[in-house]
Design a binder for this molecule. Structure first.
Ligand code: R5P
Length: 301
C-alpha cells in the first residue's frame, strides 16, 4: 500500500511534494482548536496498516506540538505500521548546551520527545553545531536533505562574480559547500553573540575579493542581527551591496526591515518556512530524502 501523508494547515506545498515524490496518498486530517484553545485532531483517512507521514514544519513549534502528538498517538492506536515526520525546519537545535546554570538543553529534550512520538524524521539542514549528527540526540532513523546545491544554482544564475561568506563558524558547513557548487571563493567570519539582538562580527581583510558581490549564506535568519552586522561591515569596507541567503526564514519581529536598512541588495530564502523571501525550492530534495529513508527501511525489513 502507498504511504499516507497527513498535511498540517500551512504546509500544503510540503504535503504535495511528498505525495508526488513518494507516489503516496494524501490523507485527510482535521487540526483545529476548541474555543478554549485546546487542540482537536481527527484522522479522517484511516491509517490502519499504512506507513504514515506527518507533513508539518517546526517553525513556531510550540503551536504544533499537541497536534503532532495527538495525530501520531492516534495513528498508532488505529493501526499505522510506521509513523514519520517530515519537517522542513527542525526546531530547538540552537539551544544545544547549558550555557547558564539551570538552563534546559532544549535540543536534547525536544529530540527525546519527538523520538517518542514518531519512528523517523526527515528535515532540511538542521542547525548542527555542538552536536555533529542528529543521531547524537535522536535515537530514531533520521535523514537530512541538503539545500546547498539549490542555493549554488541560484547564485550561479543570479550573481556575477560572487564571494560566498558565512557569518560565523557554524555556517562554514553550508557556506563552503555552496561556494564549491557555485565555483567561487568562500570566506567565514567570526561572530560573538552577547544577546538575542546583540551580535558582533569581525571582517577579515577583503583585499583579495575586490569587486566581488558578497553573498552571505547562513542556515537561519531569525532576528537578522547576524546578517545585518555582517552587511554593515561589508558596506563599510566598500563592497557592493551584499545578497543575503538564509535556508530557514524564521524572521521574528523587525528582522526584515533591519536587513533592508543595513543595505542589502536582496534577501533570499529557501522554502522550508513560508515567507515572502522564499525563492529557492528545496522541497524536491526533502521528498527525495524521505523516499530514500523509507526505501532503506523497507529493504532492511
Ligand atoms: C546560529 O548560529 C545560526 O547559524 C544563525 O547565525 C543564527 O541563528 C542567526 O540568528 P539571528 O538572525 O537572530 O542573528
Amino acid at each position: 500500500m502507498k504511504p499516507l501523508v497527513y498535511t498540517w494547515p500551512g504546509y500544503a506545498a510540503v504535503g504535495a511534494a511528498l505525495v508526488a515524490g513518494l507516489n503516496a496518498e494524501a490523507g485527510e486530517i482535521a487540526v483545529r482548536h476548541f474555543p478554549d484553545g485546546e487542540t482537536y485532531v481527527r484522522l479522517l483517512t484511516p491509517p490502519a496498516g499504512r506507513s504514515v507521514i506527518l507533513a508539518c514544519g517546526l517553525d513556531r513549534p510550540d503551536e504544533k506540538l499537541s497536534s503532532l502528538q495527538f495525530a501520531a498517538v492516534t495513528a498508532r492506536e488505529l493501526g499505522a505500521i510506521r509513523i514519520g515526520l517530515v519537517a522542513p525546519y527542525l526546531a530547538y537545535m540552537r539551544q544545544d548546551a547549558r550555557f547558564h546554570e539551570g538552563e534546559a538543553v532544549a535540543a536534547r529534550a525536544f529530540a527525546g520527545w519527538l523520538s517518542w512520538i514518531v519512528d523517523w524524521l526527515v528535515t532540511v539542514d538542521p542547525h548542527l553545531h555542538r552536536y555533529a549528527k542528529l543521531g547524537e540526540i535522536y535515537p530514531i532513523a533520521t535523514a537530512i536533505a541538503s539545500s546547498t546545491t539549490a542555493i549554488s544554482r541560484w547564485i550561479t544564475a543570479n550573481v556575477t562574480d560572487p564571494l560566498v561568506i558565512g557569518p560565523d563558524a557554524e555556517s562554514r558547513q553550508w557556506a563552503a559547500a555552496v561556494a564549491n557548487g557555485a565555483n567561487c571563493p568562500c570566506l567565514v567570519l567570526e561572530k560573538v553573540r552577547r544577546g538575542d539582538r546583540d551580535v558582533e562580527i569581525t571582517i577579515p581583510n577583503l583585499a583579495g575579493a575586490a569587486g566581488r558581490t558578497p553573498v552571505l549564506v547562513d542556515d537561519i535568519i531569525s532576528t537578522a542581527r547576524t546578517m545585518a552586522a555582517a552587511v554593515k561591515h561589508l558596506r563599510a569596507a566598500g563592497t557592493p551591496a551584499p545578497v543575503c541567503i538564509g535556508v530557514h526564514a524564521l524572521f521574528g519581529g523587525d528582522a526584515l526591515p533591519c536587513l533592508v536598512q543595513a543595505g542589502v541588495r536582496e534577501v533570499i530564502t529557501c522554502n522550508t518556512v513560508a515567507h515572502a523571501t522564499n525563492a529557492i525550492d528545496v522541497l524536491p530534495q526533502l521528498a527525495d530524502s524521505a523516499r530514500d529513508l523509507l526505501n532503506a527501511w523497507v529493504e532492511r525489513a
